[in-house]
Ligand binder design. Sequence first.
Ligand code: ZN
Length: 190
Amino acid sequence: MPHTVAVKCPSCGYCALFEFAEVVKIKLKKDIPHFQESDLFDYQIFKDSYGHRWHGAAFYAGLHGGDVSAIRDLPDGYTSEDWAHSKYLYRDHGWEMGSIRCSKCFFLRKHKLSWPQEAFFSLHYKQQQLWAFDRESGVALRDYIASSSRDVKDFKWRNFLLHVPSDFKPKKAREYVVKQLDRLLKGKAP
Ligand SMILES: [Zn+2]
């Protein structure tokens, strides 16, 4: 998953932006009260795959203008950049907490993501769901489906396009799918 995805606004149904929260492991026990008392962080106990508990501080950049500049006065050994999204296109872990920001109705709240059920760029065909992460990958998806060569190597989103179910690719599906995607893409989106 990328760090942000387009979702249906829970309040108005318009296209809203979901942004993942980032969690940093709290290194020392004495640092815990700082994160517990901070208005910026959510303190939480996590369990790793071996069942070991660890203390984490989550920061919801989506509630603070989309970056980490609001983070100040950290205990020694931490920098605000620790809570920045990785530079990679896709995330490497499966935490589903983040926030939703809607530019139409100003909905702004923490949210647990259900993906792809909440995808805004989403359509159904033959009981299968086709979805895109956001507007940009939605455009890539439409162009890919519409193209006759279906060559993914020219696309930034090739790893995503490689997983398009084959039901969406036949010629008779193409017209319907492209039309539906066009309709979604015409709406203003983040
Ligand atoms: Zn809304």
